[in-house]
Design a binder for this molecule. Structure first.
Ligand SMILES: [Ca+2]
Ligand SMILES: [Ca+2]
Length: 86
């Protein structure tokens, strides 16, 4: 399994998909802007490989948990489920 999964999500709520990558240091986002992606930038220092977020054991998903139109990160950890809002 890939250590650093990537996905598409609506992170900034502008209606244009963004690229989300789970890296060593956290969550990176390249924001979609018409025909290009801007970034990536480190959007969160949570959910990184360096903090033990091995996708084979602790999956992280994207979805709009609070209904504000921006996709959030949900991580299923060893003993809890963690949410970081966009
Ligand atoms: Ca966007
Ligand atoms: Ca949200």
């Amino acid at each position: 399994m890939d250590r650093h999964p990537r996905d598409l999500a609506y992170i900034d709520g502008d209606g244009i998909l963004d690229v989300v990558g789970f890296g060593n240091a956290g969550v990176h986002v390249a924001y979609g802007d018409d025909n290009v992606f801007v970034g990536p930038e480190l959007a969160s220092t949570s959910f990184g490989w360096a903090d033990g977020w091995d996708p084979a054991r602790y999956p992280r998903l994207l979805g709009d948990v609070n209904g504000d139109g921006r996709d959030d990160v949900v991580g299923f950890g060893h003993s809890a489920t963690y949410v970081e809002l966009s």
